[in-house]
Unconditional design. Structure first.
Lengths: 295, 112
């Protein structure tokens, strides 16, 4: 077992960290795509490392030794110890369990989607200000009466444009990718919240375009909606969304330096290459391994 | 919302002309007490999900919200309760901390 087997994970994690650091300089559309892809690359690298460690340790285990004896990939350099192998197998099982639970939760959520009708708009009579997009064939935008009251007509345009951008660009797929990656590889929650923030920023930028480039209007709509929610609940929340002020700052902040297409291309190329390279290498290892076990 | 409340609501949605607790009890396949059904319907009325009018000694209840609205309302509840990182659907805006609230109020006062 050479340390090189962990290379895809290390490279993917580095690329993901870089993309996370540069997120504010990337157009959110580029950032969301790169970060979601990087999250998947890191998760698959992590799963591969766990598999290699547990299979490698199994190869050292005497009664099954001869099954793996013909597999040089598992015998190069220092063998994985039984303790490391067991640890890796336990982590692998844990990842599997987390993934299953997440998959079930998503299916449950999917079944409980409201039917937004042919207009794709559902207005709730509730006073609590809330608004969200429901993806899918019968999906649309759900908005409460409280949210509509909290916004001026121009700000409501922002809200519609923002939610429709989520649906139009299929943002739920990026979030699904991020959720699946977090379930498989615990510890990349931060990377996944970057994906979430990037999709929100993407929808904000789309909304700004839809209202004729008035970024201040978009920022005001976000601020009014968030404050209306805070007023309605009127309680101190333990879990606050750090994204709101960040989104407002990105729209109207003085230190907003604009998006750099060159950095965008560089990061996209890097993440793409890492993902393709890493998965090809892992697939090659896996096919070799399976081929030898089965031959 | 509990399972019983959902069952009662589903029955009432099927009957737009309205139902009394006695009617609902007759349609549900359960051995619930009359007073339990009455309490549930009263609670649904207070939540604003049902409308009611007097019908003799009891009340007749009509649906005020559609099923889609209820599903969406439940989803909204789930979204505000769940850790935002876990919810697959995102809200227009999330919850604010007191600090962020102050920052936003100042920005708006300064003519954002």
């Amino acid at each position: 077992m050479t340390p090189a087997f962990a290379l895809p994970l290390v490279v993917a994690a580095t690329a993901a960290a870089l993309a996370g650091l540069l997120r504010s300089r990337l157009h959110p559309a580029v950032a969301a795509r790169c970060l979601a892809l990087a999250a998947v690359a890191v998760a698959s690298g992590w799963i591969w490392v766990l598999m290699a460690l547990s299979l490698g340790a199994l190869g050292e285990f005497h009664p099954v030794h001869r099954w793996f004896a013909w597999c040089p990939e598992l015998h190069l350099g220092a063998p994985a110890s039984a303790a490391v192998g067991t640890g890796a197998a336990v982590m692998l099982a844990w990842s599997g369990q987390r993934s299953t639970r997440m998959w079930r939760r998503q299916r449950r959520q999917h079944r409980r989607r409201p039917d937004c009708g042919p207009d794709g708009v559902l207005i709730l009579p509730a006073a609590e200000p809330t608004a969200f997009a429901v993806p899918g064939r019968r999906g649309g935008v759900v908005v409460s009466a409280g949210m509509i009251e909290a916004l001026t007509p121009r700000e409501q345009e922002v809200l519609w444009a923002h939610e429709r951008a989520h649906l139009h660009h299929h943002h739920h797929w990026y979030l699904h990718m991020a959720d699946a990656a977090t379930a498989a590889a615990p510890g990349i929650g931060r990377l996944c919240s970057h994906v979430r923030i990037a999709t929100e920023r993407w929808a904000d930028e789309d909304a700004a375009t839809a209202v004729g480039g008035d970024r201040h209007l978009v920022a005001r709509a976000i601020a009014h909606a968030a404050l209306a929610g805070a007023d309605h609940r009127n309680v101190e929340l333990a879990l606050a969304d750090e994204g709101v002020t960040g989104r407002v700052a990105a729209l109207v902040g003085h230190n907003h330096r604009g998006f750099d297409p060159a950095i965008g291309i560089a990061v996209a190329t890097l993440v793409g290459a890492v993902t393709v390279g890493g998965s090809t290498l892992q697939l090659h290892h896996l096919i070799t391994l399976v081929g030898r076990i089965c031959s | 919302m509990g399972g019983l409340e959902s069952e009662v609501l589903t029955e009432i949605w099927k009957a737009p002309e309205g139902l009394t607790p006695r009617d609902v009890l007759g349609r549900l396949d359960t051995d619930l007490a009359y007073t339990t059904v009455m309490t549930i319907m009263n609670r649904l009325w207070r939540k604003g999900l049902l409308d009611r009018e007097r019908a003799g000694r009891a009340f007749r209840y009509r649906p005020l919200t559609t099923e889609s609205e209820l599903v969406a309302a439940r989803m909204a509840d789930a979204l505000s309760a769940a850790n935002d990182r876990e919810a697959t659907l995102s809200r227009f805006v999330g919850d604010l901390s007191k600090t962020d609230e102050a920052v936003l109020r100042r920005l708006l006062a300064d003519g954002l």
